[in-house]
Design a protein around this ligand. Structure first.
Ligand SMILES: *Cc1c(COP(=O)(O)O)cnc(C)c1O
Ligand SMILES: [Zn+2]
Length: 420
């Protein structure tokens, strides 16, 4: 593509401009670098009709993503269902509720496929042959799969105590999976050192400005799938806090390039109580994030004790009139079951966090019952099976005999009229 929509990297603190390379911090104030665009050019080139005529993937918003040429990795990622959740709405006592269902994102069943398809497309433009990441599980799965599919070599570094399915879902692609005895923060610190020494493309270290922009597509899709409207309330799970800040950026950009009318929106953040540095700061009315070196929660995908974008996430919630909440492991399990039983959607622990936090915020009156609400459900329940397993009944076992089945049904229907 000859036209350059993506113009440069820009420091989020001082606004200094940087070339579009594999760099992620400002040399002057260590502020994070972020992709910036020629919005006037984009505004003159895109329209709702143009976007709607394109294939149903996250790349239909290509002008607003930080690559120079055509995407080469993850062409089928995104455009997951936005489910109108009538039964969950009834259970929570609200009028209009939607689930943005990234449990079925392609190819690795979490929203991380969005960030990875951008990061690896850019990594190839920048000439990297080896890509890597520090991950709480889902990112490792997606880097492993997408690297395999695009002929890149990959290394994924994870805390050693992750869920068995998350580890398996990286190993199967033939990547190098390195388990680290330590929490995510220690994995991440090690990755910064490796990135400096080996010069690999770390999707969430030196390629982070590109990676992070992929999250915006979840927001654009929500707007389009609502019939080009910004939802009044969006509830977003937080690990580093990046997804939450990028949902906000996507809503602002959609207004800026003329895709949607400006309207008031609030973004709410969800964490597990066992690792809640961002929620805690927001509740305390500060934007100083106190690190939590020893996370302890079943929501391992969200267990980042020193969240890189925590400060910015708190500010997004504050500026948009959003709230933060956190929930216990027991509440997370209840959230997973509620979503599954009302909507038939099996989410991982992070989805339980989002659902349970939304319930709490609604009950506390922080999300009004009569305004549209979207829950961002970011990962698939089959990846964290061991968290829910102990809380589910076992199947009832019978011999392959009609008589035994009759007895079982009769016992069940005792007292209630037959329904055959
Ligand atoms: C990574 C992840 C998130 C949020 O990540 P951020 O670092 O806050 O962008 C949310 N849900 C799941 C399932 C994840 O894997
Ligand atoms: Zn700066």
């Amino acid at each position: 593509m000859a036209t350059e929509f993506f113009s440069h990297l820009k420091c989020r603190e001082c606004g200094r401009l940087y070339p579009k390379k594999a760099i992620h911090v400002c040399e002057f104030d260590f502020g994070p670098l972020e992709a910036d665009y020629d919005y006037n050019l984009i505004r003159s080139q895109i329209s709702r009709a143009r976007i709607e005529s394109r294939p149903q993937s996250m790349w239909r918003y290509r002008e607003l993503l930080p690559i120079d040429g055509d995407p080469t990795v993850g062409l089928q990622v995104g455009f997951t269902p936005l489910v109108k959740a009538r039964q969950l709405a009834q259970a929570l006592g609200v009028k209009e509720l939607y689930v943005k269902n990234d449990t079925v994102n392609y190819p690795t069943l979490s929203f991380k496929d969005r960030v990875v398809s951008v990061a690896l497309s850019r990594a190839r433009e920048l000439g990297f042959k080896i890509v890597a990441c520090a991950s709480t599980g889902n990112l490792a799965n997606s880097v492993a799969a997408n690297a395999a599919a695009s002929g890149l070599k990959s290394y994924v570094l994870i805390p050693a105590d992750l869920e068995a399915s998350k580890v398996l879902n990286s190993l199967v692609y033939g990547t190098n999976v390195i388990g680290i005895h330590g929490a995510y923060d220690q994995v991440n610190r090690l990755c910064s050192e490796i990135a400096g020494k080996y010069g690999w493309g770390f999707v969430n270290v030196n390629l982070r400005p590109y990676y992070a922009e992929g999250s915006k597509t979840m927001g654009y899709e929500i707007i389009e799938q609502l019939g080009w409207k910004i939802p009044a309330h969006t509830v977003v799970p937080m690990a580093s806090g990046s997804l939450l800040t990028k949902i906000c950026k996507s809503y602002q950009e959609a207004v800026r390039v003329g895709l949607v009318e400006e309207s008031h929106f609030s973004i709410h953040g969800a964490q597990a109580t066992g690792c809640n540095p961002i929620a805690l700061a927001h509740k305390a009315g500060t934007d100083l994030i106190k690190p939590q070196p020893k996370p302890n929660t079943i929501a391992k995908s969200l267990a980042i004790g020193t969240p890189a974008d925590g400060y910015y996430a708190v500010n997004v919630m504050r500026k948009t009139g959003g709230s933060a909440e956190d929930v216990s492991d027991a509440e997370i399990i209840e959230g997973i079951k509620l979503l599954a039983e009302t909507e038939g959607i099996f989410a991982e622990t992070a989805g339980g966090v989002t659902t349970a936090c939304a319930r709490k915020l609604i009950e506390a009156g922080k999300i009004p019952r009569d305004e549209p609400i979207v829950l961002c459900i970011t990962g698939n329940g089959l990846k964290t099976a061991e968290a829910v397993q102990p809380h589910l009944p076992s199947p009832r076992l019978i011999k392959p005999s009609l008589r035994e089945f009759d007895q079982l049904v009769a016992a069940e229907l005792q007292g209630s009229p037959a329904t055959v």
